[in-house]
Design a protein around this ligand. Structure first.
Ligand SMILES: [Zn+2]
Length: 174
């Protein structure tokens, strides 16, 4: 904990962001669910970072459904002792940890663990679902690989945008 953090024990430390339009800082309303954050100095719309990160967590939740289907299938076909069943189980826990971490964070864009997790999940999913499939490509799989590459491309652009927007909103000392 930093010196500043110690001083603020007892009161919730204020979360401030930098306005994309006028560069002044302000404390956003973290309870806002859908609206953008309006800068009190210049009225400019700033993206609601908390909502954007929860959007990434929602993509993880979607991934969790697929992971559960794979896990149940492997459990019934390979049994509980098979390494592939274990990998599926660990993957579910990993995604769950990410979702909980992002949803519980007051300011997830300042949480280095959450940011690293987002990258890790994306890179692992991309390697396993696109790169590995390319090596074992059969003619029926081509559409599947192209389809998933497009989906991951869109998700990748979204994640890049979220990280770029949050870097812009962060103060240098964060
Ligand atoms: Zn402003």
């Amino acid at each position: 904990m930093t010196e500043e953090g110690k001083e603020q024990v007892g009161t919730a430390p204020e979360v401030v962001v930098r306005c994309a339009a006028c560069s002044k800082t302000f404390a956003p309303d973290l309870k806002l669910k859908t609206d953008p954050w309006y800068c009190p100095h210049c009225e400019a719309k700033n993206p609601n970072l908390r909502r954007l990160y929860r959007g990434v967590a929602d993509v993880f939740i979607l991934g969790l459904f697929f992971a559960l289907v794979f896990f149940v299938r492997r459990l019934s076909q390979l049994g509980p002792a098979a390494p592939r069943t274990w990998i599926s189980g660990f993957w579910i826990l990993f995604l769950l940890f990410g979702v909980i971490r992002i949803y519980r964070a007051k300011a997830p864009w300042r949480d280095g663990v959450a940011r690293t997790l987002i990258w890790l999940v994306f890179v692992l999913v991309f390697i396993l679902n696109v790169i590995v499939r390319l090596f074992f490509l059969s003619s029926q799989d081509v559409a599947l690989v192209i389809g998933s590459a497009i989906v991951y491309g869109i998700v990748f652009i979204y994640i890049l945008w979220v990280l770029k927007v949050s870097r812009r909103a962060m103060l240098p000392e964060q």
